[in-house]
Write a protein that binds this ligand. Structure first.
Ligand code: SF4
Length: 315
């Protein structure tokens, strides 16, 4: 008889509304225009999703000039793009669709509004992340990017000048709060975004992990290495009491024997990871252990974003 293993499943987990919409946009474009359909950058940061869309007829490029067949449509990824990208697409006479998550577009609007008010804008985010590149590309003016609270202290902005800030959507809620506190301490007059920029999906997935992290010896986050929200979930699991928290981006090579001395584990999937990977992980562990699955549900989500009408219309 196999050894018994308690498995706490975080809830909510997996696909968020922005990821669902972006994937559906690629699939609908392939349905409407036929293959291939180009996608600028990984539509969402998940290898499984990208590999499957390739099989369905998507071709992924990093820049528009890499597109060989200019009569094919192109879709911009969920992370958002600088304003220069749709301009370039128009210059190249490409048919393009923008799968930027509406919650990222909201931040682009904030940057525009702060620009109109002529305020210096601080962006809390990670260097070189495509969402950060997209947000910085919403204005011709300089945006001041900070990754930690130390960097706030060294910004080349007068302390008494009014400033505004925005954040990346997929940051650690706890770390970002510390940086915002530092901004408010350092600058006298701070204009904040109307609603928090870290999105509902990031917030809920982190809270769901906090809820169960200390119940597990091992905590597994299913997601890809280049996915910001996946990496943050690993940090959260570690910070909230899991003895070992590990990112699982290749279930085929996962060896369940590492759990031989465990009796309880936790599992979640990042906002860009499909539920099928959770089932696959459970199947793999279940070959060697008798699983007692405990679904925890921190919050129910019922958020969906519509795809552009133009993609649904029949040619
Ligand atoms: S993680 Fe948040 S911002 Fe990113 S696609 Fe999902 S809902 Fe949109």
């Amino acid at each position: 008889m196999n050894k018994k293993l308690d498995v706490y499943l975080a809830g909510p987990r997996g696909f968020c509304a922005g990821v669902e919409r972006a994937i559906l946009m690629v699939q609908e474009a392939i349905k409407k225009y036929g293959a291939p359909v180009y996608v600028r950058h990984e539509i969402v940061h998940n290898k499984y999703v990208v590999d499957n869309l390739k099989k369905e007829g998507a071709i992924f490029v990093e820049e528009l000039y890499e597109i060989d067949q200019r009569d094919r449509p192109v879709i911009f990824s969920a992370h958002g793009v600088p304003k220069s990208v749709p301009k370039e697409a128009a210059n190249l006479k490409l048919l393009y669709f923008d799968a930027t998550c509406p919650l990222v577009s909201k931040i682009h609007k904030e940057v525009e509004n702060f620009e109109k008010k002529n305020l210096p804008v601080i962006l809390i985010g990670h260097h070189n992340h495509p969402e950060v590149i997209g947000t910085m590309g919403q204005t011709a003016k300089e945006i001041f990017l900070v990754e930690n609270k130390e960097e706030v202290k060294h910004l080349p902005i007068q302390k008494n000048q009014q400033i505004a800030y925005v954040t990346q959507t997929t940051l650690s809620v706890d770390d970002t709060k510390e940086i915002i506190d530092e901004i408010k301490l350092h600058f006298k007059n701070v204009l904040e975004p109307k609603k928090k920029d870290i999105c509902y999906a990031t917030t809920n997935r982190q809270k769901a992990v906090k809820n169960i992290a200390n119940l597990s010896d091992y905590f597994f986050v299913i997601g890809s290495k280049n996915s910001s929200n996946s990496l943050r979930l690993v940090e959260v699991a570690k910070n909230y009491g899991s003895q070992k928290a590990i990112l699982i981006d290749d279930i085929d090579n996962f060896d369940p024997t590492i759990l031989n001395s465990s009796s309880k584990i936790g599992i979640t999937a990042s906002a860009s990871s499909p539920e099928i990977l959770v089932s696959k992980m459970l199947g793999k562990i279940g070959q060697q252990f008798d699983l007692n699955i405990i679904e925890s549900e921190y919050e129910k989500e019922n958020i969906h974003f519509k795809i552009p009408q133009k993609l649904k219309e029949v040619v």
